[in-house]
Design a protein around this ligand. Structure first.
Ligand SMILES: *Cc1c(COP(=O)(O)O)cnc(C)c1O
Length: 376
């Protein structure tokens, strides 16, 4: 190695050692996913750590649509949508998204992360305030910081605290929250949040990453973004809103202009998935029913989504619980800081229509035993 490479390696090793001390090192595990199961090292596991809430990433119709689109349109997009010309699949996908959200128009991005990173700086600039729910996803914070606006947080799901934050003087006020919170599975009080926004003249954008296809609730937000990578089983992100704003995004969103379009296979998969979502609403209900069964078994409150958190507190306790479940054939990844606040390391159990009821009840009994063991 050159001396610079050695310096970089030493720099990284020091950082990694500090993470190891706090039980916060993360590692990639080679895994082959199937319906709700996964093969690792020759062993089959049932995974409760995917966001594939409807099982659509493994659905034969969705996979076939992806394969056919690759054969018809190619493996890659070639360039940015503005440069190379727009694949006709985009129009079909964006029309479906706009219709699902009751918006005038929609724009698809490379991912949900990229959508937030790109759209928020188009809305806000220095002199403005971006107010986020304190538990908002990392990419909403990243987009807010990139905008140069003042970034404020309000207490989780607290519309009263939002009203307080919105009192501060600002040219424009943008409010960001999630419909379903990714690590807690609870839902935002959207009517109260929208009222606080209306009273302050603020604009609300919601992130529906974990709601699409699972939660069918009224959403008063004029701007709604989300991802095609979770319940839609494919890849990509989107923003829905007034037609003129979507046109502004095409002209201003840097993460739209300066990046290559999605592969046609991802677009076709998302289209097929959205059609199935519409035709088979029972899939979302099945995921929710599994979450309810599991919550009952562990004596947790009735869940508001397909995500159920089991908070252990210390990172090593969450890791130990995850390891015990792994021995029993379940993948339930421990979620640690900084993904969740310090002292709230947890198992995040995500349910899918693809899960079998017997696996849900067996997992519920095992987690129940782990919780009881800690109480003793
Ligand atoms: C996963 C997630 C995203 C990012 O979506 P990707 O398409 O995976 O980049 C954005 N917001 C929330 C709340 C998420 O959970």
């Amino acid at each position: 190695m050159t001396s610079a490479a050695q310096e970089i390696a030493a720099f990284a090793e020091e950082k990694l050692a500090a993470l190891a001390e706090k039980n916060l090192v993360r590692r990639l595990a080679p895994t082959r996913r199937e319906a709700a199961s996964a093969m690792r090292g020759g062993r089959r596991f049932v995974s409760f750590s995917d966001n594939d809430y409807l099982g659509l990433s493994q659905d034969a119709r969705v996979k076939r649509a992806a394969a056919e689109a690759a054969l018809a349109y190619g493996a890659g997009a070639g360039a940015s949508r503005l440069v190379t010309g727009d694949c006709p699949l985009y129009g079909a996908l964006e029309a479906r998204l706009a219709s699902m959200k009751g918006s005038e128009a929609a724009l698809v991005f490379g991912s949900g992360y990229l959508a937030n990173l790109s759209a928020i700086p188009v809305l806000a600039r220095p002199g403005d305030v971006v107010a986020l729910d304190a538990l908002s996803h990392a990419c909403m914070f990243a987009g807010a910081r990139l905008s140069g606006a003042r970034v404020e947080t309000f207490r989780h799901n607290d519309a009263g605290d939002l009203a307080r934050v919105l009192e501060a003087p600002a040219a424009r006020r943008i409010v960001l929250t999630e419909t379903v919170f990714s690590m807690d599975g609870d839902r935002a009080p959207l009517a109260a949040i929208a009222d606080a926004c209306a009273a302050a003249g603020a604009w609300l954008m919601t992130d529906d990453a974990h709601g699409l296809g699972v939660i069918d609730a009224e959403n008063p937000a004029p701007l709604q973004m989300g991802t095609l990578s979770k319940a839609a089983g494919a890849y990509g992100g989107y923003v829905c809103g007034p037609r003129a704003f979507i046109e502004l995004l095409v002209n201003r969103a840097r993460g739209f202009i300066y990046t290559t379009g999605l592969p046609p296979a991802a677009l076709a998969a998302a289209i097929a998935a959205l059609d199935i979502m519409k035709d088979e609403p029972q899939r979302g209900r099945r995921a929710l029913a599994h979450a309810a069964t599991f919550s009952r078994l562990i004596d947790a409150p009735k869940p508001q989504s397909a995500i159920v958190p089991v908070v252990f507190g210390a990172a090593e306790d969450a890791l130990a619980a995850s390891a015990r479940l792994y021995e029993e054939g379940f993948i339930v990844t421990a979620i640690r800081p900084p993904t969740v606040p310090e002292g709230t390391a947890r198992l995040r159990v995500a349910f899918s229509a693809a899960h079998e009821a017997a696996d849900v009840t067996r997992l519920g009994a095992l987690v129940r035993a782990l919780i009881d063991e800690r109480r003793r």
